[in-house]
Write a new protein. Structure first.
Length: 211
């Protein structure tokens, strides 16, 4: 058991397999292959969406509540390259791909439940021609998530590459350029942190509040 728990690959894959077994059990209980709009596929997409969101927002909070405030407290000689060359690049990998997976699975879930375009248009495409409060509410959450995803991939990640010297072109950048890039990445990361709570309220509350 100790060998299993000390290997993160075993733990991660074991957890995923166990979750999939629960879904397979649910599918078997339906006694037939469920259609795309069935509760089974809704559950599968919701599970992967929430799992991806935990990876994304978990790393967002790690950066903003743990790494950014505390790294400056570590003396430069003790800090070394451990954070900038090992910890931060690894965290940024899971951070950005968690964001991508969250976006894709969220859009697929909305499509599966037949409200993708209604939500993205804030109910303008509803029939009859008036906006359902649920679609407005979750639409706000979806657009906040899309803005946050855009910030991750097109602002935070490119600037972090410069700040950390990832890649040959960025390794030789002047110190002032790296510092400016680090500040830009930090400000947009804080922007995403600010948007995260209202985004999660809209995402988790739409069905509960409006049925």
């Amino acid at each position: 058991m100790g060998a299993f728990l000390t290997n993160i690959r075993y733990v991660a894959w074991g957890s995923l397999i166990l979750g999939l077994l629960f879904l397979v059990y649910a599918a078997a209980s339906l006694a037939q292959l469920p259609p795309p709009s069935s509760p089974f596929w809704q559950a599968a997409l919701r599970w992967t969406h929430v799992l991806s969101g935990i990876m994304w927002i978990g790393h967002l909070y790690y950066f903003n509540f743990t790494q950014i405030p505390n790294v400056p407290k570590i003396p430069e000689e003790a800090r070394g390259p451990a954070i900038s060359k090992v910890i931060a690049p690894a965290a940024l990998f899971w951070f950005r791909w968690g964001a991508m997976a969250t976006l894709i699975t969220g859009l697929l879930l909305a499509w599966n439940q037949n409200y993708l375009f209604e939500a993205l248009s804030f109910g303008a495409l509803d029939e009859p021609a008036f906006a359902a409060p649920k679609h407005i509410f979750i639409g706000i959450g979806m657009w906040l998530a899309i803005i946050m995803w855009f910030n991750v991939w097109f602002i935070i990640w490119p600037n972090q590459q410069k700040a950390l010297g990832i890649g040959e072109a960025n390794a030789a950048l002047p110190a002032d350029v790296k510092a400016k890039s680090a500040r830009t990445a930090m400000l947009f990361s804080r922007t995403n942190t600010f948007l995260s709570a209202p985004m999660l309220v809209a995402m988790t509350g739409a069905t509960t509040l409006f049925g």
